[in-house]
Design a protein around this ligand. Structure first.
Ligand SMILES: [Mg+2]
Length: 405
């Protein structure tokens, strides 16, 4: 395989750094960003709070007890989305092909640049210009592949950079905790601990068949990653990922109850698919085709989210703005674009633990019983969206939401 040079860049304590950019008095002080309510959750915390045991995802109440001296700020997903876009533009202006893995994380393939600049030098200059132009600290790892670079970034942090030279991947990984391998979550970690496996070296020394017998086909991936082997490609950002759904009505309609219910059902189903794919959207659009076949779309940029209660009102608002001809409607559609990897975290500021666990349990039921098993009351009057069509309403089945790479 051809030698590659892959950089992984990750903004340091992103929400915290943005808050400090907006208010320099917060510099070097313990700072927690998250929901302020009684049932709020920590979305991000500064390094100063970590030695007290504070971490993201923790109940805010607990964090306050562990670190009472911390300043606590209610996060603002709109502001973070804006700064995420700023950093994306800076990277785009310097690197032709890059992947935006989440709101604060990027991969780029710098192979070929070494002939002219030397990739390490180029990467270092890229980091300096991001910090200078955005005002935000960022760290990176540079190696032959995505996995090793991502782990290297984690080791470089905060505010630093790390090069793992070709041939030294295994020895770099060997002393690290198995937990540092991306994909090793709590369950796998516990299982490995029970087997007495703590550092990556122990996985390197195990036969791959043994891992396969314990973890199935994931076992081989774990073994490969532990050995610094990974050939996954960069998925360029310009091939923007999107998901969409649309419905052609059996009979052209201006029945608002039916139209609203269909839009809500489609938005709900797509949002579920976002959460299931661990993705967030920053751009939603609505499409209308009238009975004369004229088609109109309207889109809106929104702060990164995968939450129904943020997306649905936006979709209905767009529809209201878009529907201005006194004509019957033949087709409506909903589309989410600008997708990046990410979890609920960005919506933790307003949401209580109840809201998050509500989503988790709704999604669990959907996983088990199908997309339609949980639907909002508003959609009950509408037509069905999802895997199973409704055989009782005489309508043709809706087009299933489809993914585009
Ligand atoms: Mg980060």
């Amino acid at each position: 395989m051809k030698k590659r040079s892959i950089i992984h860049l990750d903004l340091d304590t992103f929400f915290v750094s943005v808050e400090r950019l907006l208010n320099s008095e917060l510099e070097n002080k313990p700072l927690i960003v998250g929901g302020l309510g009684d049932r709020g959750v920590v979305a991000a915390c500064s390094y100063e709070t970590r030695k007290f045991g504070v971490h993201s995802g923790m109940a805010m109440k607990m964090a306050r007890q562990l670190c009472p001296q911390a300043t606590i700020i209610k996060g603002d997903s709109g502001v973070y989305t804006k700064h995420s876009h700023i950093v994306t533009e800076i990277i785009k202006s310097r690197v032709p092909s890059f992947e935006k893995a989440s709101i604060d994380e990027f991969y780029a393939d710098l192979s070929g640049m070494d002939r002219f600049f030397g990739t390490w030098k180029f990467a270092g200059e890229l980091r300096q210009s991001i910090m200078k132009e955005s005002g935000l600290p960022i760290s990176f790892g540079l190696s032959q592949n995505k996995i090793v670079s991502k782990i290297a970034t984690g080791e470089a942090k905060p505010n630093n950079q790390l090069l793992i030279e070709e041939g030294t991947e295994k020895s770099f990984l060997a002393p690290l905790s198995v937990r540092k391998i991306p994909m090793i979550g709590n369950k796998t970690f516990q299982k490995l601990l029970n087997l007495g496996v703590r550092n990556i070296q122990m996985i390197q020394e195990m036969p791959v068949e043994m891992l396969e017998s314990i973890f199935g086909k994931n076992g081989r991936t774990i073994w490969k990653r532990a050995n610094g082997i990974d050939d996954s490609p960069i998925v360029p950002f310009h091939e923007r990922k999107s998901i969409s759904a649309e419905r052609t009505f059996h009979k052209d309609t201006i029945n608002m109850v039916q139209l609203h219910a269909t839009l809500v059902a489609m938005a709900e189903n797509l949002a579920f698919q976002l959460r299931r794919g661990n993705k967030l959207t920053s751009n939603v659009s609505v499409k209308i085709r009238y009975s004369d076949f004229q088609t109109y779309t309207k889109q809106a940029k929104i702060p990164y989210t995968s939450a129904d209660h943020i997306i649905i009102p936006k979709i209905l608002e767009l529809f209201k703005q878009l529907y201005n001809r006194r004509l019957l409607i033949r087709l409506i559609g909903v589309k989410f674009t600008g997708l990046v990897g990410g979890h609920y975290q960005i919506n933790l500021f307003d949401d209580s633990e109840e809201m998050l666990s509500l989503y988790t349990s709704m999604d669990k039921i959907r996983e088990r019983f199908g997309d339609q098993s949980v639907i909002r009351a508003a959609t009950l009057g509408g037509t069905s969206v999802g895997r199973m069509d409704n055989p009782f309403n005489g309508e043709p089945p809706i087009l299933h939401a489809h993914r585009q790479q």
